[in-house]
Design a protein around this ligand. Structure first.
Ligand code: NAP
Ligand code: 3JN
Length: 349
């Protein structure tokens, strides 16, 4: 009987919101791990985390940490990826990077396996995991693009605080309690790197995720626009985005308006297309008030789509409601799927 091949895996940013989900996903999917290395900053180095019931000691991420590593899953922020990803590649690892550091580099495949798995093949050591809001949208739009053609996308997001890391989750808990106790929230505001101002999130809605660009869009919005075109191989696709943070913990929701090429497209045929799409679950029965919500999607790996309806003025226009767990399909699950593709397709070079 031939032995199943296993791999030396490093998780960079293992203590973070995404890193913890990486470990859960590797465990749930029974990823073939020979040796596991958990890396963090010096702050968490020396502390322990468990994986499959075994305790691992966190180590500070350094270039030498990647000696002997086959696959390195990075989610410790763009500056860490910029300083360490190429060091890891130099030492023979293939890096799957969850940050925006390399997403738009021509040499770096940007991958959602259900959409463009084949792009992985051309990797030169680094493969980028897209932004969470992009991932769930393209997973639902790719089958529609393939069947009906796609001309325009206008998206507004409703994003959970866990997308902004473990500190943001704690901030919402603190502020929500303070708000209900009638306390002053200004004392509960965390300073935000690179931002002059910080608004309370509890019982609020913030139309800013990441920093503003010169064109008036935020970086999160520009990531959605540029990444969508790259992943869908659609340079000329018209895309506009408004990204909003809301006070719930898990899953991003999106209201998406699309215009398709095929004038014969109908709600029913779009639903049929999505029923067959990999990684997508249709939850769309308005007569019984059935549609996806962030709470229902939390902890599940699928992208859920509902509320599909035809625009009342534009005959080739449709509206969709797309929901997915931002830390699973939006980050950890998608990264582990990429790692599995590397192995299963023999692209780990
Ligand atoms: P988080 O909860 O704040 O966790 C940050 C992680 O990075 C922690 O493990 C932290 O380790 C580690 N870290 C920080 N500085 C480091 C350094 N100098 N060297 C090594 N490790 C360091 O953040 P998160 O939400 O998990 O997000 C982490 C990154 O993942 C984000 O900055 C973003 O680039 C990416 N991300 C991507 C998506 C996506 O859309 N695909 C979604 C969310 C996040 P310590 O415990 O030592 O502090
Ligand atoms: O805010 C969210 O819901 C998703 C956040 C993602 C994020 C947070 C900090 C830095 C990213 C990302 O993955 O696009 C980055 C980054 O630019 O690396």
């Amino acid at each position: 009987m031939s032995e199943v091949k296993s791999y030396n895996v490093a998780v960079v940013g293992a203590t973070g919101a995404v890193g913890q989900k990486m470990l859960e996903t590797l465990e749930i999917r029974d990823f073939p791990i020979k040796q596991l290395k958990l890396l963090s900053s010096s702050r968490s180095a020396g502390t322990k985390m468990s994986f499959k019931g075994v305790h691992y000691t966190l180590e500070e991420a350094k270039p030498e940490s990647f000696e002997g590593i086959d696959i390195a899953l990075f989610s410790a922020g763009g500056s860490v990826s910029k300083s360490l990803a190429k060091e890891a590649v130099k030492r023979g690892a293939v890096v799957i990077d969850n940050t925006s550091a390399f997403r738009m580099d021509q040499d770096v495949p940007l991958v959602v396996p259900e959409v463009n798995e084949e792009d992985i093949k051309a990797h030169k050591g680094i493969i980028a995991n897209p932004n969470c809001s992009t991932i769930q949208m393209v997973a639902a739009l790719k089958p529609i693009q393939a069947k009906f053609g796609l001309k325009r996308v206008i998206v507004s997001t409703y994003q959970a605080v866990s997308g902004a890391g473990t500190a943001a989750v704690e901030e919402l808990k603190d502020q929500a309690q303070a708000f209900l106790n009638g306390e002053d929230l200004t004392a509960k505001l965390l300073p935000v790197k690179g931002a002059a101002k910080h608004y309370p999130i509890a019982f609020n809605a913030l139309p800013q995720i990441d920093v503003f660009q010169d064109n008036g869009y935020t970086f999160e919005e520009m990531k959605m626009i540029n990444e969508t075109r790259k992943i869908m191989h659609a340079e000329d696709l018209a895309v506009a985005a408004t990204c909003v943070r809301l006070p719930f913990f898990t899953s991003h929701a999106e209201s998406v308006y699309i215009e398709v090429e095929d004038k014969a497209a109908e709600v029913r045929s779009i639903q049929q297309t999505l029923i067959q799409a990999p990684g997508v679950t249709l939850v769309d029965d308005p007569s019984n008030q059935i549609y996806p919500t962030p709470l229902d999607a939390a902890g599940k790996p699928d992208v859920f789509v509902g509320r599909i309806r035809k625009d009342l003025d534009q005959s080739n226009g449709f509206h969709l409601w797309i929901v997915s767990d931002n830390l699973l399909k939006g980050a950890a699950w998608n990264s582990v799927q990429i790692a599995e593709s590397l192995i299963n397709q023999n692209w780990l070079k």
